[in-house]
Design a protein around this ligand. Structure first.
Ligand code: HEM
Length: 514
C-alpha cells in the first residue's frame, strides 16, 4: 500500500509560502461553501423517512406496500424520497404530483427501471411493458394498439366476448354455488387466448400446462427481487431456488409459444388464412407473422419480439381484468342497495332480451359509475408500473435526479380525503353527476396510469368487464352462501403485483324467471 508522510515537506516551507497556501486553502473552501449554498435550491430533495444502512427503507414496505406507503405519505407528504437498498425511489401520492410526473414531465418519466426477473421472463425487454422508452418501444406499442387494442379492434372481438360470456352463464346455471374468482380467471384467459392465439388453451394437458405456467409467471412478476436493489445479495435467489424457477417458467413458456407460432406458420403455409378465414378472424399471432413476413412495418420483427408481445398481452391483460370483476362482485354482495340499483338499470335497459349486448351498455350510467368506484377503491395494480427518470428535473420545487425510480400510489390517490367525500366508503353515486373518468386525464382516478406509458388495454378490459357484470346481474340474483353476512365478507388482499382477493369469492346464483 502507498503511504505518504507530509511532515518533511511542511517543514521545508518558508513562512510566506505557508501563509500563501493557507490563504489559497481558505479561499478554495469559501468558494466551495458558496457554490454549495448557491446550488442548494437545486438539491432540495423530497422528504425521506429514516432508513437503515444497506436496506434503506425496504423494511418499511411490509406485505402490502400500497398501504405502508400510504401511512408514510401521511407523515412525509405526497412526494417522498425512499431508498430501496441503493436505489432512490420517488413515491408519488397525490393527484397534483401524479399530473406533474405523467403529464407535465411525462417524457422525462417514460422509461422503465430494469428488473432482472421480469427481463428473463419477458425476453430481455423485447415486450412493450418493460421496454426502455425509445423507438423499439414505440413500434411494439403501436403494433399492439393498431392490431389488438384500438376501439375498432376491440369492437371486432365482440362475438368472442359474447360467446364466452354465454358459456359462463351456462356454467353458472348448472352450479348455483359459484366460485366466482375461478370462473372470472378462466373467462378472461379464454377471451385473451381466442383473440391473441386464435383458440382457447384451457382444456386437456396443454391447457393445464398453459394455465399453470401463466399462474407461475404472474406470481414471479410480482416477486420482489432483492438483487435488483441490493446487488451484493443477488446470490440469495440461487439459494432460495427462485432463479431456477424463473429459468423453468421462462423455458416452459418459450416452448409453448414456439408451438403456438409453429402451428400458425403451418396454417399460413396451407393458405388457410387467405382463403378460409376472413380479415377479422385473424388472431394477433397471424398479424404478427404477417408483419414479420412482409416487413411492411418498416422494421424486422424478430421471433423473440413476437413471443415477448404475446406474453406481454397475457401478463398485462388477464389478472388485471379478472381482478376488477372479482372486486366488483365483492362490493355488490356487500352493498345490496348498489346491487338493486344496478339490476334495476340493467333490466330496464335490456328489456325482455335474453342477454345484454354492447349497444345496451352505452346507456348504463350506473354500471359505469359502479365500475369507476370499484377501480377507485381496488385499483388492480395499486402502485401502477414503476417509471424511471431519464434526466434531472424539478417537481414541486424538489430536485429529482436522473435514474430515480418512480412509484405512483394510485391506491392512496383514490382515497385522498382532499379529493373525495367519505373516501373509504363504497359509493358509486359519487360518479353519477361527475365528469371524472379513468382515461388518464383526471389524475384523482388513475388505475390505468396516464401519459405515454399509460395502459393501452383500457378499452379491451372495460369491454369485457362491463358486459360480464351487466349479464351476471341481468340473468341472476346473487347472495352470499348461507350464514354469511355482507359485513363478514373476507376482504383480505393477496400480495404481489396485481392485488386480487386472497380468499376466493363464492356466491349463490338464482336464475330469474325469463
Ligand atoms: C382493468 C384492467 C387493466 C388495468 C387496471 C391495467 C393497468 C395498467 C397500468 C397501471 C399500466 C401502467 C401504466 C403507466 O405506467 O402509466 C398498464 C400498462 C400496460 N397495460 Fe394494462 N391494465 C389493464 C388491462 C390491460 C389489458 C386487457 C391489456 C392488453 C390486452 C393491457 C396491456 C398493457 C400494456 C401492453 C401496458 C404497457 C404499456 C407501456 O409500457 O407502454 N392492460 N396497465
Amino acid at each position: 500500500m502507498l503511504s505518504f508522510d507530509a511532515s518533511p515537506l511542511l517543514l521545508s516551507f518558508t513562512p510566506s509560502l505557508t501563509s500563501i497556501t493557507l490563504v489559497l486553502l481558505i479561499s478554495f473552501l469559501t468558494l466551495k461553501c458558496l457554490r454549495l449554498l448557491l446550488s442548494s435550491p437545486d438539491l432540495h430533495l423530497p422528504p425521506s423517512p429514516w432508513g437503515l444502512p444497506i436496506i434503506g427503507n425496504l423494511h418499511q414496505l411490509g406485505n402490502y406496500p400500497h398501504r405502508a406507503l400510504q401511512a408514510l405519505s401521511r407523515c412525509y407528504g405526497p412526494l417522498m424520497m425512499l431508498h430501496f437498498g441503493s436505489v432512490p425511489v420517488l413515491v408519488v401520492s397525490s393527484a397534483n404530483c401524479a399530473r406533474d410526473i405523467m403529464k407535465t414531465h411525462d417524457i422525462i418519466f417514460s422509461d422503465r427501471p430494469r428488473s432482472t426477473l421480469s427481463e428473463r421472463l419477458l425476453y430481455h425487454r423485447k415486450d412493450v411493458s418493460l421496454a426502455p422508452y425509445g423507438e423499439y418501444w414505440r413500434q411494439m406499442r403501436s403494433i399492439c394498439v393498431l392490431q389488438l387494442l384500438s376501439n375498432k379492434r376491440v369492437h371486432s372481438f365482440r362475438t368472442v366476448r359474447e360467446e364466452e360470456i354465454s358459456l359462463l352463464m351456462d356454467k353458472i346455471e348448472q352450479r348455483r354455488l359459484v366460485d366466482l374468482s375461478s370462473v372470472f380467471a378462466s373467462l378472461t384467459n379464454d377471451i385473451i387466448c381466442r383473440v391473441a392465439l386464435g383458440r382457447k388453451y384451457s382444456d386437456g394437458m396443454q391447457g393445464e400446462k398453459f394455465t399453470g405456467l401463466l399462474a407461475d409467471m404472474m406470481g414471479l412478476l410480482g416477486v420482489f427481487n432483492v438483487g435488483d436493489f441490493i446487488p451484493s445479495l443477488g446470490w440469495i435467489n440461487k439459494l432460495t431456488g427462485l432463479e431456477a424457477k424463473v429459468k423453468l417458467v421462462a423455458r416452459g413458456f418459450d416452448q409453448f409459444l414456439d408451438e403456438v407460432v409453429e402451428e400458425h406458420r403451418r396454417k399460413m403455409e396451407e393458405k388457410s388464412i387467405g382463403s378460409g378465414r376472413g380479415e377479422d378472424r385473424r388472431d394477433f399471432v397471424d398479424v404478427l407473422l404477417d408483419i414479420e413476413k412482409d416487413k411492411t412495418a418498416g422494421f424486422a420483427l424478430a421471433a423473440d419480439s413476437i413471443k415477448a408481445l404475446i406474453l406481454d398481452i397475457f401478463a398485462a391483460g388477464t389478472d388485471t381484468t379478472y381482478t376488477v370483476l372479482e372486486w366488483a362482485m365483492t362490493e355488490l354482495l356487500r352493498h345490496p342497495r348498489a346491487m338493486n340499483n344496478l339490476q334495476t338499470e340493467v333490466r330496464e335497459i335490456t328489456g325482455g332480451k335474453p342477454i345484454v349486448t354492447d349497444e345496451d351498455l352505452e346507456r348504463m350510467h350506473y354500471l359505469r359509475a359502479f365500475i369507476k368506484e370499484t377501480l377507485r377503491l381496488h385499483p388492480p395494480i395499486p402502485l401502477l408500473v414503476p417509471r424511471l427518470s431519464t434526466q434531472d428535473v424539478k417537481i414541486q420545487g424538489y430536485h429529482i435526479a436522473a435514474g430515480t425510480m418512480v412509484i405512483t400510489n394510485a391506491w392512496t390517490i383514490g382515497r385522498d380525503p382532499g379529493t373525495w367525500d367519505q373516501p373509504d366508503e363504497f359509493k358509486p353515486e359519487r360518479f353519477l353527476n361527475s365528469l371524472v373518468d379513468f382515461k388518464g386525464q383526471d389524475f384523482e382516478l388513475i388505475p390505468f396510469g396516464a401519459g405515454r406509458r399509460g395502459c393501452p388495454g383500457m378499452s379491451f378490459a372495460m369491454a369485457t368487464n362491463e358486459l360480464v357484470l351487466a349479464n351476471l346481474v341481468h340473468k341472476f340474483d346473487w347472495a352470499l352462501p348461507e350464514g354469511q353476512k355482507p359485513e363478514d365478507l373476507d376482504m383480505t388482499e393477496c400480495t404481489g403485483l396485481t392485488i386480487h382477493r386472497k380468499v376466493h369469492l363464492r356466491a349463490v346464483a338464482t336464475q330469474l324467471p325469463s
